[in-house]
Ligand binder design. Structure first.
Ligand code: NCD
Length: 312
């Protein structure tokens, strides 16, 4: 049985297969997962991740049981451990999609689960592999290539799990150049940078967004998350530092794209939405088909595509 815990579980070949499957599912509804049940267990807020997984499962003919606000509405509030909750829910469902505030929670769940676990985000410094898969799908589909890409990550690189997950995926491709734009306080963590070094991915760090975006093929904007940066003073300091205005968007190369996992607050101005570079709402649609492909893969189609995750 495979679980999807971190993006290191994929190879370049398995990504190609997964994305081929995703593309083949565009606009489709079928009964291929009829009789299967997905449980969505969310201990942190979510709109896109939970609803797109639910919609994906319904489009494939499966059923959904769901729990939002897990911290308050689940038995965790009565003192139940995550392990006990998973032992229970894995008897109700054929796959569990879970988001949790602790790094490593999905890996812990995988140890005791009878069914595949999908990590839909674990902590600030963990991963969000399904978001990174849909981000990568968006990049490859919009640019029409897999190699020779300059990506500029902007903003909250320290507490942004999907940017962490995507960095691991990018290291599988050729001639990838990464620029991390952030304040010194919100720099990308060393584990990701070490991984890029080990895989010969050229990266640089800067505080100058305007210079970096002019050479970008992909501008990846992030949210300065109030829920991740606990300190109010620090939040106020960081907020508003890197805003994509229409002028910033207009300074980008022809064919370059702006992506964002969303939700956004004020880090991309609404005037950017109708720029030819803005693809963040199309990205949402790609998320649906990528998640359909992930569910089909974990529930039978081709389990080999997802390698075993590392055990801690
Ligand atoms: C992200 C998350 O929760 O990690 N959202 C998402 O899944 N699209 C980013 C965020 O909350 O800002």
């Amino acid at each position: 049985m495979s679980h999807l815990i971190e993006t290191q579980q994929f190879t370049r070949g398995s990504l190609t297969e997964l994305f081929k499957l995703a593309s083949s599912l565009e606009g489709k509804r079928n009964d291929s997962l009829k009789g299967k049940i997905m449980a969505a267990l969310f201990y942190q807020p979510s709109t896109r991740t939970r609803l797109s997984f639910e919609s994906a499962m319904l489009r494939l003919g499966g059923g959904v049981i769901t729990m939002e606000n897990g911290g308050e509405s689940s038995s965790q509030s009565k003192g139940e451990t995550l392990e006990d909750s998973i032992k229970v829910v894995s008897q109700y469902a054929d796959v569990i999609v879970m988001r949790h505030n602790e790094v490593g929670a999905a890996a812990r769940a995988a140890v005791v689960s009878k069914v595949p676990i999908v990590n839909a985000g674990d902590g600030n410094l963990g991963q969000h592999p399904t978001q990174a898969l849909l981000d990568l799908y968006t990049i490859q589909r919009e640019l029409g290539r897999e190699d020779d890409i300059h990506i500029v990550f902007v903003g909250n690189l320290k507490y942004y799990r999907s940017a962490r997950s995507l960095s691991y995926l990018l290291s599988k491709y050729k001639n990838i150049r990464v620029t991390f734009v952030s304040s010194p306080e919100l720099r990308m963590d060393n584990d990701v940078k070490e991984h890029l070094k080990e895989n010969n991915v050229h990266f640089e760090e800067t505080e100058d967004m305007n210079a970096a975006v002019q050479n970008a093929d992909v501008l990846y904007q992030t949210r300065i998350a109030k829920d991740f940066i606990k300190d109010d003073k620090e939040y106020e300091k960081q907020k508003g530092r890197y805003i994509i205005t229409r002028a910033v968007a207009d300074s980008m190369k022809k064919g370059a794209i702006i992506i964002h996992p969303l939700p956004r607050v004020d880090e991309i101005e609404p005037e950017v939405d109708d720029s030819p570079h803005a693809v963040y709402f199309r990205q949402v649609g790609y998320g649906l088909i990528v998640r359909m492909a992930i569910l089909k893969t974990l529930l039978g189609e081709d389990k080999k595509l997802i390698r075993a995750h590392r055990r801690k």
